[in-house]
Design a binder for this molecule. Structure first.
Ligand code: GLN
Length: 376
């Protein structure tokens, strides 16, 4: 079945339908990871986005039931050069195409993804449309132009949980799968779910935390009444600016409990501190983003997925920029100058991606230890 990907600026790509036939609009972005497509599909941060994989063959190890970051795929559409019809892996349960169909995700394959990515890098990420039901390029470009932009929209409400819940799953092991906690929990953590990835929760459990996940709009008073040792701010989709309720809650928790934020959580913490965010030209999405730690020569290779960033100047009076992206010198981490609060723009839980930054979970537990000792 034929399919078309059309961009709002008029560029059109002709390919074949992948997954569910239909039509979707979203912000067209690209991810340079060579593997990890299951984690990418199920990362709620991709809500509202049409994700293009730059690696040319996707789906070759199939779909298993374990490598998921949430219950279902959240991205709007999926673009690949070639989807493998012959997955091969001991854990594989179905093909990529079957999984996309089962979850109602519209995709396209067989287009020149290199040309698409060069176009996005030159012109910037923009709204696009995938369709296998309307094959008129002009009509599709027009629909892409009419579709809502990702800027200024609250996408968090679409992905956050509706009720609080406890999380118990820990790290994965090749022999036994996901394990529970390794010993009795030392820390009580409340995690704000702005679109949380499961591997963050697993890392918290593996670091000795008992975790309660709460909906994105849970009032700070309720969180403080649970008397946690620390509060975690999760990743999530879209523009951080319109998520004002979260910024207000963070302001109320700041200084009362240690805070650790990842990605959207980092952006929300920065805004809560008086900082500003802006939209990057085409974002950072992939598993090999180089990040410099501190002022020295320590470099981490990191997993990233973000289209917005924190303006360095806007936070210089309240925070120290702890990490910098070496590709474009953008802010990748922030530490409050006086209060126990820090955050990173990238993904230390590394799902998918390298594990260089796992130490940040220990930094959080060390911060909670210090606070406990100070209050004892
Ligand atoms: N992974 C994330 O949390 C992404 C944060 C935000 N939605 C951005 O695109 O910048």
């Amino acid at each position: 079945m034929k399919a078309i990907l059309a961009l709002a600026d008029g560029r059109v790509f002709y390919g074949k339908a992948l997954g569910t036939p239909g039509e979707v609009t979203g912000e067209v972005v690209f991810n340079t990871s060579m593997t990890g497509y299951q984690e990418i599909l199920t990362d709620p941060s991709y809500a509202g986005e049409i994700v293009t994989m730059t690696y040319p063959l996707i789906g070759n190890y199939g779909i298993n039931l374990e490598d998921v970051e949430s219950v279902r795929p959240h991205l709007r559409g999926f673009v690949v050069k070639e989807a493998s019809d012959f997955p091969s892996n001991w854990r594989s349960k179905m093909s990529l195409d079957a999984y996309l169909k089962e979850n109602g995700i519209v995709g396209i394959q067989g287009i020149d993804t290199r040309a698409l990515v060069r176009h996005i890098r030159d012109k910037g990420a923009q709204t696009g449309i995938i369709s296998s039901v309307d094959l008129d390029p002009q009509s599709l470009v027009e629909k892409a132009r009419q579709a809502p932009s990702i800027v200024g929209r609250d996408l968090v409400r679409e992905v956050t949980c509706s009720q609080p819940y406890d999380w118990q799953e820990g790290a994965w092991d090749i022999e036994s799968g996901y394990r529970g906690a390794v010993g009795p929990a030392k820390y009580k953590v409340v995690a704000y779910d702005f679109g949380i990835k499961r591997n963050i929760l697993r890392n918290l459990v593996a670091s000795g935390c008992e975790v309660k996940v709460v909906p994105a709009d849970t009032p700070a008073e309720e969180v403080l009444a649970m008397n946690p040792d620390g509060v975690f701010l999760s990743n999530g989709p879209g523009d951080p600016e319109p998520i004002t309720y979260a910024q207000e809650n963070i302001r109320k928790i700041l200084g009362k409990k240690p805070i650790f934020g990842i990605c959207l959580g980092h952006q929300l913490l920065s805004i809560a501190l008086g900082g500003k965010t802006y939209k990057l030209k085409f974002g950072h999405r992939g598993g090999n983003q180089p990040v410099r730690r501190g002022d020295g020569h320590d470099v981490e290779i990191t997993s990233q997925n973000h289209g917005f960033a924190v303006d360095a100047d806007s936070i210089k009076d309240i925070g120290v920029v702890s990490h910098i992206n070496l590709n474009d010198n953008t802010v990748e981490g922030l530490e409050h100058k006086t209060l126990p609060a820090f955050s990173v723009q990238y993904h230390p839980e590394a799902s998918p991606g390298p594990h260089d930054a796992r130490y940040l979970f220990e930094r959080f537990t060390a911060m909670m230890d210090k606070e406990k000792a100070r209050k004892a």
